[in-house]
Write a protein that binds this ligand. Structure first.
Ligand code: Z5A
Length: 225
């Protein structure tokens, strides 16, 4: 009998600006590979050719005058393409998907801070994401001031969201912590203030505890002929 391909695992990293999500997503992917898990590192908005085009439009600020509902719709449009062309094919092939931001960012940025009706976002999430929800979401938590300082030290370019003030970023931090508090089985909060090695070790401990140690072995990557 042909081997069944075990679905891969879907891990998202969330948090405010400069929390260290991209750094940690890359480190997590390397650690998974070193353990023998085939994995795909991706990001939102973006992660597929059409979604990357939508990313450019959103981050340029061109959509902002239409308001948070229009921005949310654009993020979900990008997500549809990302799920179709990158995330679902990888998961179905047994690969682990590490995604730098996903739907929780829409809930926090457009939902909590844009004052959108949560029912509107839930419905968009239901019809676009459907059952492809993350198995684990790591919320990398740092004080807003530290995150903004890191983001600004990295680059002089300020995108549409980085241009918002400190109060916005503090509220954003609370929105992510609220999401994690509401869904503790899916989410884990990691203190992102330590050095990158320490944060990476904390994340790895959570991934091992919740997803790897419970798995018997790395998933089959290919079905036998
Ligand atoms: N957005 C939205 O509104 N709705 C949505 O649905 C989605 C997104 C999906 C995407 O921007 C924007 O879109 C984002 C939310 C919004 N808002 N903004 N801006 P992006 O993809 O260009 O960037 P980002 O996701 O916001 O990333 P970031 O916050 O700018 O950075 P980060 O990924 O959290 O951190 P990093 O790049 O890993 O690190 C930042 C710097 O700090 C860098 O120089 C690192 O070397 C340094 N760093 C990292 N970790 C450490 C530690 N532990 N110690 C010291 N220094 C560190």
């Amino acid at each position: 009998m042909a081997n069944q391909i075990t679905r891969g695992r879907f891990i998202t990293l969330e948090g405010g600006e400069g929390a260290g999500k991209s750094t940690q997503a890359a480190r997590l992917e390397s650690r998974l590979r070193a353990r023998g898990f085939e994995s795909v590192l991706t990001r939102e908005p973006g992660g597929s050719p059409l979604a990357e085009q939508i990313r450019s439009a959103i981050l340029s600020g061109a959509i902002a005058p239409l308001g948070p509902a229009a921005e949310a719709v654009m993020f979900f449009a990008a997500r549809i393409d990302h799920l179709r062309h990158t995330i679902r094919p990888a998961l179905e092939a047994g690969k682990w998907v590490i995604c730098d931001r996903f739907s929780d960012s829409t809930r926090a940025y457009q939902g909590a801070l844009g004052n959108l009706d949560p029912r509107f976002l839930r419905e968009l999430e239901r019809v676009t994401v459907g059952p492809t929800r993350p198995d684990l979401t790591i919320v990398v938590d740092v004080p807003a001031e530290l995150g903004l300082a890191r983001a600004r030290a990295r680059s002089a370019f300020v995108d549409r969201f980085e241009a918002e003030g400190l109060a916005f970023h503090e509220a954003l931090r609370s929105a992510f912590l609220d999401i994690a508090g509401e869904e503790p089985r899916r989410c884990a909060v990691v203190d992102g203030t330590g050095d990158a090695d320490a944060v990476s070790d904390s994340i790895w401990g959570i991934v091992c505890g919740r997803l790897i140690d419970s798995a018997e072995s790395p998933p089959e990557q290919k079905a036998a002929p």
